[in-house]
Design a protein around this ligand. Structure first.
Ligand SMILES: [Zn+2]
Ligand SMILES: [Zn+2]
Length: 71
């Protein structure tokens, strides 16, 4: 029943699946909207650290946005 969902270059994340097989370890995480924040491996930043791409499957926010807003 799960719909596929795209995170970064990965098109096979599953909406609403708390054990999404495509997510990085420790994801998906619960979003403040009630959806799930999925994570895909992203690009390296200028210091060479890999920055995951995160997107909520309900509101579409990245993890930083979802948790930096006032409640
Ligand atoms: Zn996922
Ligand atoms: Zn959300």
């Amino acid at each position: 029943m799960s719909r596929p969902f795209t995170v970064g270059q990965e098109t096979t994340h599953l909406v609403g699946d708390p054990e999404c097989p495509e997510c990085l370890e420790e994801y998906p995480e619960g979003c403040r909207c009630g959806g799930l924040i999925h994570a895909a491996s992203g690009e390296s930043d200028s210091e060479g650290d890999e920055v995951p791409i995160t997107v909520c499957d309900q509101c579409g926010r990245a993890e930083e946005e979802a948790f930096s807003l006032e409640a």
